[in-house]
Design a binder for this molecule. Structure first.
Ligand code: ADP
Ligand code: ZN
Length: 520
């Protein structure tokens, strides 16, 4: 290894040794090669370009979409004595002018720029008049149109290939399956890049996914029992739920702050700042929060709503335990989540091709939820790592899931949906199965159906669990425009024809007593 690189690692950054694959990445950049680096969150990607920035002549240009974090990064680098600056739309003119002057006169080791700023003709010609060490394109998965963080301006970064042919470019991301990796290389027009793809496993994170019965109570128990004084992130799907949950946690005596795109920018950055700099703060957030957040001791990431894909789940949970100490990825999900996400997906304006991909991704996410074997194995095999043994550090490993032969129940459920005309939601069909009259069963004379009351052997919650699993496995579809109306899909045919059996998870419902002032 390059002696000078090691020297800088120790003298400037204060680390003893390189982590995988930092040394190789740096070596490759020093030789002027392009590179793609896929390393899990917390793996130490920044150093891969920060260190070469000090060794190569000229300024390293770091392209990042995260304007809110640029100043933090610049400040952190300054503390190591590294000359860094940033250019973004939140800065005033005189500061921009000063930074541009520093760049031109070679006084900067690193310069952080947001992509839209970089692509302005003015900035491009400024760069052409300066000496450049390298381009680092952070969060490079944003170039992928099918990913969850697509940013159109990333597509235009391919310009750099032609405008700056002699400046090496390094693309970095924490999440990219092999298809996204190929997309990054192609769309950024990386030239014979060296690939550094690191394992996705985060062994210190314990994955748990449970059935949602009363999300807030379950969350409260989790926090009280396991993380009463820790920093953590709680993800919710909607802004309203973020605010409700944050307020409710405060009422329960926690330091919870809301974060979502609907809050004023200064409040958001204030909350982010507090989360990064104080301990024992819970950030309750939508997915707007988190990209690029480097807080090493986040002890848990909790999901109160189902993420849209395994990539999103992996990236969000990956913000826990960056220091390598034990951390929890905790989630509860229920049938409502599945319906809601399906509904959003189907009613979105996206092209059919994109919808099909999103549908597949959601199916994979549901598969992870409903799996009865090791979660980590499923997670890692999704990213192409199929060789892992059961991990011993996820809920299904620690407490093997009891399964039951749900063939008969599933057939009853499917035929109850069918016989009632595929026009009703879960609650109604469960009433039919259990032979419980309600206003609608009366109105539609459902007590005359052959499926009326054939499901008295299971209780309401057990039936809901059966339906959730059938929906999750795609045997039942949920109609878009009508609230939760169920219909049969082709996937359930083999089961109905008696050619297939189905194993279902036995959901263990820990009965919890409600008291009046605890909102379920
Ligand atoms: P990533 O961008 O991959 O998520 P970062 O670059 O933010 O990760 O690094 C994560 C943490 O690891 C940071 O706190 C960083 O200071 C630390 N780190 C990086 N490289 C090393 C190293 N070689 N030795 C020790 N700590 C390191
Ligand atoms: Zn496991």
């Amino acid at each position: 290894m390059n002696q000078r690189a090691l020297q800088i690692l120790q003298d400037v950054f204060g680390y003893d040794q390189f982590r995988e694959p930092q040394a190789e990445v740096i070596e490759s950049l020093l030789h002027g090669h392009d590179a793609l680096v896929v390393v899990p969150t917390g793996g130490g990607k920044s150093l891969c370009y920060q260190l070469p920035a000090l060794l190569r002549t000229g300024t390293a240009i770091v392209i990042s979409p995260l304007i809110a974090l640029m100043q933090d990064q610049v400040t952190a680098l300054s503390q190591w004595g590294i000359r860094a600056g940033c250019l973004n739309s939140s800065m005033d003119f005189s500061l921009i002018a000063e930074t541009e002057h520093q760049l031109r006169s070679g006084q900067l080791d690193l310069l952080y720029i947001a992509p839209e700023r970089l692509l302005q003709p003015r900035t491009l010609s400024l760069l052409e008049g300066s000496s450049l060490a390298l381009f680092a394109i952070d969060e490079a998965h944003c170039v992928s149109q099918w990913g969850h963080d697509f940013r159109p301006e990333y597509l235009q970064l391919s310009q750099l290939a032609n405008r700056f042919p002699s400046v090496p470019r390094i693309a970095l991301t924490a999440t990219a399956d092999s298809r996204t990796q190929t997309e990054i290389v192609e769309r950024l027009e990386l030239r014979e890049p060296h690939l550094f793809i690191q394992g996705f496993d985060r062994p210190n994170i314990r994955y748990r996914i449970g059935q949602k019965d009363s999300a807030k109570k379950q969350l409260l128990k989790f926090l009280q029992d396991e993380h009463p004084k820790d920093s953590g992130i709680i993800y919710c799907l909607s802004r309203k739920r973020v605010e409700d949950t944050a307020q409710w946690l405060c009422d329960q005596g926690f330091n919870a702050l809301p974060y979502h795109a609907g809050l004023p920018a200064d409040l958001r950055s204030h909350h982010q700042h507090r989360f990064l700099n104080e301990e024992n703060i819970i950030m309750v957030a939508t997915i707007a929060f988190g990209m690029g957040i480097d807080k090493p001791n986040v002890r848990y990431v909790a999901h109160l709503d189902l993420p849209k894909s395994i990539e999103a789940y992996y990236q969000e949970t990956g913000r826990a335990g960056r220091d390598g100490q034990p951390a929890d990825a905790w989630m509860v999900y229920g049938l409502q989540d599945v319906m809601f996400l399906r509904q959003m997906l189907e009613s979105s304006q996206a092209a059919d091709e994109q919808k099909a991909i999103e549908r597949q991704k959601l199916e994979a996410m549901l598969g992870l939820c409903e799996i009865t074997s090791c979660r980590r194995q499923v997670l890692l095999s999704y990213f192409g790592e199929k060789e892992h043994q059961p991990c011993g550090n996820c809920d299904t490993c620690l407490e093997p899931v009891p399964v039951w032969d749900g063939t008969e129940a599933a057939r009853k459920a499917l035929s109850a949906v069918y016989r009632s005309g595929q026009r009703f939601g879960v609650n109604h069909v469960v009433d039919v199965l259990m032979g419980k009259p309600n206003e609608k069963t009366d109105r539609f004379a459902h007590h005359k159906l052959s499926t009326w009351g054939i499901g008295k052997d299971l209780d309401k919650n057990q039936w809901r669990s059966v339906f959730r699993q059938l929906v999750a496995r795609g045997m039942l579809g949920v109609n878009v425009d009508q609230h939760g109306v169920l219909h049969l899909t082709d996937k359930c045919r083999p089961l109905l024809r008696g050619e297939e059996k189905i194993q279902l998870r036995k959901d263990q419902r820990k009965s919890v007593a409600y008291t009046k002032n605890q909102v379920p």
